[in-house]
Design a protein around this ligand. Structure first.
Ligand SMILES: Cc1cc2nc3c(=O)[nH]c(=O)nc-3n(C[C@H](O)[C@H](O)[C@H](O)COP(=O)(O)OP(=O)(O)OC[C@H]3O[C@@H](n4cnc5c(N)ncnc54)[C@H](O)[C@@H]3O)c2cc1C
Length: 404
């Protein structure tokens, strides 16, 4: 969100300073599955997620886990999640999310044509592969809803999927193919955005933590960091899973829980996978990228920590041959495992817009499992908000202060 915002603000003529507490070589935007997903028009907070979550909580290899805790922020997040996990909220959100993703996809296509950008964008869609009748029924139902929303989606038999994947045998019952989706190589994307920012006069300040905001008369006058103060006319608060901490420094309450996920790369030569897929029952993402294939998954809702839970990684590994029986993947060693924290809002909707309390503050975060997909649209709309121009999509559901 920070890089995409800086990119579009620079394009719009703003003088930009990007401050990050890390060295910008790793964060959630680096090792993810790189999927651009208009297919994800259903927010995470959806009916059925609570019962699935409770069932999965007792299995250490399951794709979703909430660490039981008396932590106030987790309990309060959970209550808000439960309130949002209903059909009416899902139906209300769907067209908004669809438009946000489709805008982003178009912007990725534009970006890929620019000099200096080659981030492996491919428009083969994404296959939702299912093994069981029950999962198939649910996926086909969602696929029909997607078609009603005007998305390009096809229901495929096992044989039809196998034609799309001639290099590898599949053990599935069928798939829903979201032609509207796409994928990219996230590492190349973030590196190239950063390069653009350097090359176009943006100031990049790594290894510098924002520690406060100097506020006067309802405005942020300057941003305080560990060793410097930065003045500016406008502040864009991003911060991923650390957004609540930053918000609190500015006197705001923006709930986000970190949803830890893991990924690792494997060779894609012996039995090449051509089309990205989500292994539905296992909730594992499979993305061919940069000549290899990335497997990613699991969602652990707990405080941010550096521990690698090998049971969860084994859960991903064991799912692979269930769908691709020829692929026998060894459990990767810890140095080959990447992890990141999805910034999950309780209602599964992003935060995007001006703060009502601090008139020169824009918030962009809480994109959960869709931050790569929604990155360019977010950056573009941050620049439009900054310029007070008409917005490219409707952001009324994403009010950053909806929980204040
Ligand atoms: C396994 C996995 C697979 C995923 N797959 C996909 C996918 O296929 N498609 C998709 O769309 N999304 C996917 N996601 C989600 C996506 O990666 C995130 O939504 C996205 O990266 C979030 O971007 P962000 O900019 O909000 O946060 P981040 O990329 O985490 O960036 C936040 C930045 O804020 C900085 N920061 C925090 N606090 C401070 C502070 N006080 N001062 C200065 N800097 C600070 C951090 O250092 C960090 O660099 C996946 C995530 C995971 C874990």
């Amino acid at each position: 969100m920070g890089l995409a915002s800086a990119y579009y603000l620079l394009k719009s003529g703003w003088k930009v300073t990007l401050i990050d507490k890390g060295d910008l070589s790793d964060n959630c935007s680096h090792g993810n599955a790189g999927m651009i997903v208009p297919s994800h028009f259903i927010p995470l907070a959806a009916p059925g997620m609570i019962s699935k979550g409770i069932k999965w909580m007792f299995n250490s290899r399951s794709p979703f886990y909430v660490k039981p805790s008396l932590d106030f922020s987790l309990i309060s997040w959970g209550l808000k999640f439960m309130k949002s996990a209903n059909q009416a909220s899902v139906e209300r959100a769907a067209p908004f999310l669809r438009d946000y993703h489709l805008l982003s996809k178009q912007l990725y296509e534009d970006l890929a044509k620019e000099e200096g950008f080659d981030f492996g964008l491919e428009k083969k869609g994404i296959l939702m592969l299912y093994k069981t009748e029950k999962a198939g029924e649910e996926e086909i139902h969602v696929g029909r809803d997607a078609q009603k929303l005007g998305l390009d989606v096809k229901m495929l038999t096992r044989e039809e999927v196998q034609i799309l994947e001639p290099g590898i045998k599949l053990d599935i019952a069928g798939a829903v193919h979201y032609h509207c989706d796409a994928h990219l190589y996230p590492f190349a994307l973030v590196s190239q955005l950063l390069k653009y920012i350097y090359a176009n006069g943006g100031e990049v300040v790594p290894n510098t933590e924002v520690t406060g905001y100097n506020i006067m008369a309802g405005e942020v006058k300057s941003v305080q960091t560990t060793d410097r103060k930065f003045d500016g006319d406008l502040v864009v608060m991003t911060g991923g899973s650390w957004l609540p901490k930053l918000a609190k420094l500015a006197g705001l309450s923006i709930p986000v829980m970190p949803g830890k996920g893991y990924s690792f790369m494997e060779s894609n030569s012996a039995h090449p996978i051509k089309t990205p897929a989500l292994l539905i029952e296992a909730r594992v993402a499979v993305t061919p990228m940069n000549g290899q294939v990335r497997f990613g998954g699991t969602m652990e809702l707990a405080a941010i920590n550096d521990k690698i839970n090998m049971n969860r990684v084994e859960g991903i590994v064991s799912a692979i041959p269930q769908y691709y029986p020829e692929l026998k993947v060894d459990v990767p060693t810890k140095d080959k495992i990447w992890y990141g924290f999805r910034p999950c809002s309780p209602d599964g909707l992003p935060y995007l817009g001006y703060s009502k309390r601090l008139k020169n503050l824009i918030v962009a975060g809480g994109h959960g499992m869709m931050g790569i997909s929604l990155g360019p649209a977010t950056g573009k709309m941050v620049a439009e908000l900054a310029d007070e121009s008409p917005l490219s999509a409707d952001i009324k559901l994403y009010d950053p202060e909806r929980y204040n």
